[in-house]
Ligand binder design. Structure first.
Ligand code: SF4
Ligand code: SF4
Length: 74
């Protein structure tokens, strides 16, 4: 289910429009608008993080939920 809270975030003020993320995305989820990358088809995103890794501007961030478990000491 699409939830904007758990989608890649593209910080427009950092993006220089190089297009590397758009070319790398294996599902075609990214697009371009006003010379910046956008998540054009969020429903296509498989959360692979390739876009986050390749961006030279660190303009893309994928939110993660980190769970901490207490070890059972019994
Ligand atoms: S790789 Fe980064 S800088 Fe290049 S278009 Fe994508 S978000 Fe913008
Ligand atoms: S996380 Fe993967 S599927 Fe989602 S937009 Fe980035 S490269 Fe595309």
């Amino acid at each position: 289910m699409y939830d904007p809270k758990w989608m890649p975030k593209i910080y427009q003020f950092l993006c220089n429009g190089c297009g590397a993320c758009i070319e790398t995305c294996p599902t075609g989820a990214l697009g371009r608008q006003a010379e910046k990358a956008i998540l054009a088809y969020p429903e296509k995103c498989i959360y692979c993080a390739y876009c986050e890794t390749i961006c030279p501007q660190n303009a893309i961030e994928l939110p993660y939920l980190i769970l901490h478990y207490e070890e059972d000491s019994r």
